[in-house]
Design a protein around this ligand. Structure first.
Ligand code: AMP
Length: 292
């Protein structure tokens, strides 16, 4: 028996990206034993081996060829300075790298950072950003607790990751500039030739899950003469399917079922409008995978 070569996929073993990454792989149909204590775990149903490592180490392992592909944050990739290929944006771990100043300071603009001491755990991105703007800053590289640096008078401003903004607020800081929008990404280095097909398959499946999460399957019934109105309300590129129903409506009118795929983000405004134009029996179903 010849063993099919396994793709080596490096994934975070702790931190913010650990749980959503495991869920993504599960939703993509990859079965594995979640014994996170083991460094490597083979998938049961796919020629793939998981390497559980720290989020920051993923880029280096992929760049060095220890892993073929990996999951990490776009901010981590940007800070590493390596040019791995981004195969897919994963839609979680969303945050932005922001420049922030003490909230009662007069600074408002990147140019106001000129001459300031800027504490950050992203020194490369910070240097690149201010250099490109021709603003001279003194970057102070810290590994953690960046947001307390101004209080300790170690720095005048910071560049740090923000999602809700509450950590900055608690520390009396005001974000004034965005250096980078980040989210988790699937990255690849120079993939070994014998696993290229599996990497392509993995990418397709992961993209299909990410795309499916943003969409919902919408079913509804309506009188046949309302189809044009409903069609106008349903956004999207593809025309909805319209299927005749075997029963007429209460007034004897011909009825149809309409099936469509819509953006999850639009449902909030879409459903009441559909109801207003006479749609009934509206069902919204999750989509596990979507390949356009
Ligand atoms: P970890 O340090 O392992 O928890 O992972 C940190 C990574 O999670 C960062 O590099 C970002 O890509 C992502 N992330 C998402 N939101 C935030 C946030 N508010 N603060 C820090 N990291 C975040």
């Amino acid at each position: 028996m010849t063993l099919e070569p396994r793709v080596r996929l490096a994934v975070p073993n702790k931190g913010r990206l650990e749980e959503p990454t495991a869920r993504l792989l599960h939703d993509a149909g990859i079965q594995f034993e979640a014994t996170m204590r083991a460094l490597t775990v083979p998938a049961r149903n796919v020629p793939l081996e998981l390497l559980f490592v720290r989020t920051e180490d993923v880029v280096e392992l992929v760049a060095d060829g220890v892993a073929d592909v990996g999951v990490t944050g776009l901010d981590v990739l940007a800070e590493s300075g390596t040019d791995l290929e981004v195969l897919a944006e994963l839609g979680f771990g969303r945050c932005r790298l922001a420049g922030a100043v003490p909230k009662d300071s007069p600074y408002d603009d990147p140019s106001d950072f000129a001459g300031l001491r800027v504490a950050t755990s992203h020194p490369r991105v910070t240097n690149r950003f201010f250099e490109a703007k021709g603003v001279d800053v003194q970057v102070i590289a810290l590994r953690g607790s960046v947001e307390v640096a101004p209080k300790l008078d170690v720095a005048d401003a910071i560049v740090d990751l923000v999602s809700s903004g509450s950590t900055m607020m608690v520390n009396g800081l005001r974000p004034v500039v965005t250096l980078l929008e980040s989210q988790a990404v699937l990255v690849a280095g120079s993939v070994r030739p014998d696993v290229r097909d599996t990497v392509a398959q993995l990418t397709t499946m992961i993209r299909a899950v990410v795309a499916g999460r943003r969409k919902r399957y919408l079913l509804l019934n309506a009188a046949a003469d309302r189809v044009a109105e409903i069609d106008d309300l349903i956004p999207g590129i593809d025309a909805p399917s319209v299927v005749p129903l075997s029963h007429a409506g209460p007034g004897g009118e011909a009825m149809v079922a309409i099936h469509s795929v819509v953006d999850a983000a639009d449902l909030w405004t879409l459903l009441p409008k559909l109801s207003q134009v006479g749609a009934s029996g509206i069902l919204v179903l999750p989509i596990e995978q979507l390949i356009p």
